[in-house]
Design a protein around this ligand. Structure first.
Ligand code: SAM
Length: 276
């Protein structure tokens, strides 16, 4: 019996907004696949039609990935080639696909990246924040207490931080970031990248949090938040904040003194209050 050559898995990036942000190689790969595993087949069909890709689709999303993976691995072992796409950007980046890639690699199947758009990298490329080193944090926890404690863990991080955030929570998250990182920390909101209403605003967290809270238009669409890492000036600011806090504390309650010292020096209110 002739031995079957296994197929391979292509992990294909699709646009994050502008339909033309897809490479010629990505389109050729999708056309040549035996099957395309898509996060939401209804969402991907118009893009595939637009690029004349007529290949059967199977749904692979966070709720069925476990069940679908075995069948796809079997198909590849039988010689078929599978292309994986998500709703937008690079699969596996805050998107499904991890289990499939892991299972394929464990079965000895070749996994081929077909790179392209990724909102985190697109945002970093125009943020004007240090980009030689950065940390991708994906989505913060949706509940306030868990979100704040995650931010607290990141408060000392010296590298640029990149978050994805839902438009419903962007104002809340920026308010928490201001509280935990201090109002003077550099921040960038990158919204609707590659789309009609693309907006990139960079300013200290104090101003950005105020602006977004006061403008419902800044709470629409898809957004990424980038925060400059903690630098030496942050340490100096905290020391100054502590000095001012100690003076105000002689006359005021800890909460009031911390609020004023944070407003005067840009030091994180939370750190001042907690140290009291
Ligand atoms: N896999 C995608 C990638 O490579 O960027 C990310 C998928 S994740 C489920 C979706 C999140 O990415 C959105 O909630 C938003 O935070 C961010 N995002 C996606 N498209 C964006 C865009 N055009 N502009 C800004 N942020 C975007």
């Amino acid at each position: 019996m002739p031995t079957v050559q296994p197929g391979y898995l292509s992990v294909v990036a699709t646009p994050i907004g502008n339909r033309d942000d897809i490479s010629a190689r990505a389109i050729a790969t999708l056309r040549a696949a035996d099957v395309i595993a898509a996060e939401d087949t209804r969402h991907s069909r118009p893009l595939l039609l637009h690029h004349n890709v007529d290949v059967p689709l199977v749904a692979l999303h966070e709720h069925n990935e476990r069940e679908v993976v075995d069948g796809l691995v079997r198909r590849m072992l039988e010689g078929q080639s599978v292309a994986l796409i998500s709703d937008a950007g690079t699969p596996l980046v805050s998107d499904p696909g991890f289990r499939l890639v892991r299972a394929a690699r464990a079965a000895g199947i070749r996994c081929v990246p077909v790179p392209g758009a990724c909102a985190a990298i697109a945002a970093l490329s125009v943020a004007g924040l240090p980009s030689d080193r950065f940390v991708f944090e994906g989505f913060l926890p949706p509940k306030a207490a868990a979100r704040r404690s995650r931010l607290q863990e990141l408060a000392g991080e010296p590298r640029t931080l990149i978050f994805y955030e839902s438009s419903h929570r962007v104002a809340e998250s920026l308010a928490d970031m201001r509280e935990v990182f201090g109002g003077a920390r550099e921040a960038v909101l990158a919204r609707e990248l590659t789309k009609l209403f693309e907006t990139v605003i960079g300013e200290p967290l104090d101003e950005l949090a105020e602006r977004v809270a006061g403008d419902p238009d800044q709470q629409r669409g898809e957004c990424a938040i980038l925060i400059g890492g903690r630098g030496e000036e942050a340490d100096a600011r905290l020391a100054e904040g502590q000095r001012v806090f100690a003076l105000l504390r002689e006359e005021l309650s800890p909460a009031k003194a911390a609020r004023l010292a944070a407003a005067i020096t840009g030091a994180p209110r939370k750190s001042l209050y907690e140290a009291s």
